[in-house]
Design a protein. Structure first.
Ligand SMILES: [Fe+2]
Length: 349
């Protein structure tokens, strides 16, 4: 009987404990608010970050004195339907001492990928997506006035700087509305094409169309979590949804938005891909940086669009804007100041 009482006590204690964790706000750590009047010259970004692994890159990133840090997904590895666990994982990341140094010096934006969404390679049928979305926005300290809080999904946009020195950052949600992936019948490939499947959902497409059509920014940076240009590997990529893939390219071209560049993560590799789209006056780049704590060291894959080395060391991405010459340098960087890939692009004025 005594044992039963003790068991009951432990059970009630655990339930109350979980409840308390769930209702506490994630972050009480002071952050630097987003200042949209800022002229951005240095933007750092990255993805795939395990709380359980050493995180050696934050001090390197802080040394670059970026105006902004952009998370591109798998910011933590939650992989859970239990939002109390997700909450705890985010909290652990916020307690990471070197990440706290970044938070104390740089404004932070971001979007998720599958592992922080809650399910590996997950899409629109993930049951906890609403609660998980709120936890992500809390982790990122997204201001309550931001439109993302009053709609479904995690997609966001931010416009920085005065006329003539304007940067728009568009963060796509490739999870919340995404149709189911189609398994591949080809050996060595996990996924093939889902010919009718959609990546963003109509509401997000309408929003993205308006964001690009109305943009008066000189540089439009689109963060996508999964790779856009690389279309050969068998993992997650935009090419698994060919209609959406083409729709995105068509939209980028028809919007005539200036200086569009894609950023991606997810793959545990780094690389720079380039594509020349018909009727686009400059090449489109996809800068992939992944991961911050773990990489796919044995990676050895073809990518007909790759214009850099294939990076299989821990890495983060760096964008440096030369406003005077309308020139941008994209880099994939690593430990001890290493530069694994670098591409300087002059955009038409
Ligand atoms: Fe991922």
């Amino acid at each position: 009987m005594q044992k039963l009482t003790l068991l009951l006590f432990i059970l009630v204690y655990m339930m109350l404990g979980c409840k308390t964790n769930q209702t506490q706000p994630i972050s009480q750590i002071p952050v630097i608010p987003i200042d949209t009047t800022q002229i951005l010259t240095t933007i750092a970004f990255g993805s795939c970050n395990k709380v359980t692994e050493p995180q050696p890159l934050w001090s390197e990133i802080v040394d670059q004195q970026p105006d902004l840090w952009v998370w591109l997904g798998d910011n933590i590895y939650g992989d859970t339907t239990n939002m109390a666990v997700m909450h705890q994982e985010y909290q652990k990341q916020l307690q990471q001492p070197d990440y706290q140094k970044l938070l104390a010096s740089t404004s932070v934006l971001g979007i998720w990928d599958d592992h922080d969404y809650g399910i590996n390679d997950g899409g629109k049928y993930f049951a906890q997506k609403e609660a998980s979305r709120d936890l992500m926005l809390e982790f990122l300290s997204v201001a309550p006035s931001r439109p993302v809080w009053s709609r479904e999904g995690g997609y966001q946009s931010y416009t920085f700087g005065p006329e003539g020195q304007r940067v728009k950052i568009i963060l796509l949600d490739t999870r919340y509305f995404r149709d189911t992936l189609m398994e591949s019948s080809m050996e060595g490939k996990r996924y093939g094409a889902n010919p009718q499947g959609d990546m963003l959902g109509e509401t997000q497409w309408t929003w993205l169309t308006e964001e690009l059509n109305a943009s008066d920014a000189q540089f439009n940076i689109i963060g996508s979590s999964i790779q856009v240009i690389h279309d050969e590997h068998g993992f997650e990529k935009w090419a698994n949804f060919p209609k959406s893939h083409q729709r995105l390219y068509d939209l980028i071209v028809s919007s005539e938005a200036e200086g569009v560049v894609l950023l991606s993560g997810d793959r545990h590799i780094g690389e720079i891909s380039r594509l020349k789209l018909p009727e686009m006056p400059y090449p489109l780049y996809d800068i992939t940086s992944s991961g911050l704590t773990h990489v796919y060291e044995e990676a050895d894959e073809e990518n007909r669009h790759r214009v850099s080395d294939l990076v299989t060391s821990l890495n983060y991405g760096l964008i440096q804007i030369d406003w005077e010459n309308r020139q941008v340098t994209y880099q994939i960087k690593g430990e001890n100041g290493a530069t694994y890939a670098s591409e300087t692009v002059a955009y038409p004025k």
